[in-house]
Design a protein around this ligand. Structure first.
Ligand code: KG4
Ligand code: ZN
Length: 375
């Protein structure tokens, strides 16, 4: 159990006794620090301060994330971001109940930077260190933003992850589905690259798709109708490439790019929605007390996907919860918040914690292998 302290006078935003946790996120291409407060009595949380630096510009010339570049950038910027988040919150290190960092899964160089920084702060200021599973950060965000109660069904769709999970409690998850090859966001990124739309690909595909004809190319909806809740995107990606190769030689015409983007997007989001539909049916059967379908991860920004998921949730009698976009994509608020939820349960970590490139949320889930399978 962490220390509970009053927020200092100068911070006028809260005056109850709360846990205050600093969180660090460095597992991919966002360097971020945030401070959140959690009231132990009510379980309510509040963002006190945050600072984020996106590395998109640093990776853009390479058309994707370069792990070594990411790790160096985290190292360069993290200290200043911690100072900024703390200043924004109006708290000092002595006010912290704990320090949390993403302990994995993710690009190991970056995870090491965050973990070592958090351990150093924890050691110097004599507060507990918390290693947070990045996926648990995504999973628990909806409890901060929308006070979602356990159990809930979670779709996590990002550039590195594509999973369907049941969140039963803090630290207790059941994984019902994962990708057998690429993550959903990875498929958007690869197709965008193929079509010359640049990086990150998701928003570029969505923008191009707006003027495109989604019916021009009839791509099969991967996994649609198949038993289980697993995902697959690599066949769809190949189908887009083969179709693009059959177009007349020379640079792509804008019309072809728009139609390919629209047709790909329709197939990808319908595939995801089909998997979610199956999971929602199973969830309402096995967890009749469950109320919500939560979606998180960068791909949750996609309007077409959101619309389909909203309808899928409604049909299953579930509430559809999507945290605000900046808390759906990688951020440190989710790490600080998951840290606070773990601290409340007494789940602190030792200084001997080792960063974990792979770290499944559900230890009993069958391991899956593939380019985009990080957990
Ligand atoms: O959660 P996130 O910021 O980072 C991780 O991958 O953990 O997700 C980024 C991913 C990228 O693959 C990006 O292309 C995708 O989310 N994405 C989208 C959209 N916006 C971002 N995919 C589809 N449609 C979008 N509007
Ligand atoms: Zn993420």
């Amino acid at each position: 159990m962490g220390r509970e302290k009053p927020i200092p006078q100068e911070n006028q935003r809260l005056n109850a006794f709360v846990m205050i946790v600093l969180g660090l996120e460095t597992s991919c291409d966002e360097t971020a620090a945030a401070v959140v407060a959690r009231e132990p009595a009510t379980g309510q949380g509040r963002i006190l301060g945050e600072a984020v630096l996106s590395q998109v510009a640093e990776h853009k010339p390479f058309g994707g994330i370069v792990p070594e570049v990411a790790a160096r950038a985290h190292l360069t910027h993290l200290d200043a971001l911690v100072r900024k988040a703390m200043a924004d919150a109006g708290v000092g290190f002595a006010d912290l109940s704990a320090v949390a960092a993403t302990g994995g899964p993710g690009l190991i160089g970056g995870v090491m930077v965050g973990v070592m920084t958090a351990k150093a702060i924890a050691a110097v200021h004599g507060v507990p260190f918390l290693a947070v599973n990045h996926l648990e950060g995504h999973a628990l965000t909806a409890r901060l933003t929308d006070k979602v109660q356990f159990p809930f069904l979670l779709l996590l769709v990002s550039g590195g992850h594509c999973q369907l999970l049941v969140a039963e409690d803090v630290n207790t998850y059941r994984r019902w589905g994962t990708t057998v090859d690429d993550a959903a966001g990875e498929a958007f990124d690869k197709v965008a690259k193929m079509l010359g739309l640049g990086y990150p690909g998701g928003p570029a595909i969505e923008a191009a798709a707006k003027t495109g004809n989604a019916k021009r190319f009839n791509f099969a909806r991967p996994m649609k109708g198949k038993p289980g809740c697993d995902f697959s995107f690599s066949g769809l990606k190949t189908a887009v490439r083969q179709t693009a190769e059959q177009l007349p030689p020379g640079p792509f015409q804008p019309r072809d790019v728009a139609d390919l983007a629209a047709s790909f997007q329709a197939a990808a989001v319908e595939s995801v929605a089909d998997r979610v539909k199956r999971a929602a049916e199973r969830f309402t059967n096995e967890y009749p007390e469950g109320r919500a379908l939560v979606v998180s991860g960068g791909v949750a920004a996609n309007t077409a996907l959101r619309e389909l998921l909203q309808a899928t949730a409604a049909k299953a009698g579930l509430e559809f919860v999507a945290p605000p976009l900046k808390l759906c994509t990688d951020n440190a608020v989710m790490i600080a918040w998951a840290g606070a939820e773990r601290l409340h349960k007494g789940l602190v970590d030792g200084m001997d914690f080792k960063p974990r490139p792979r770290w499944p949320l559900d230890p009993n889930a069958t391991p899956s292998h593939g380019a985009g399978v990080k957990a």
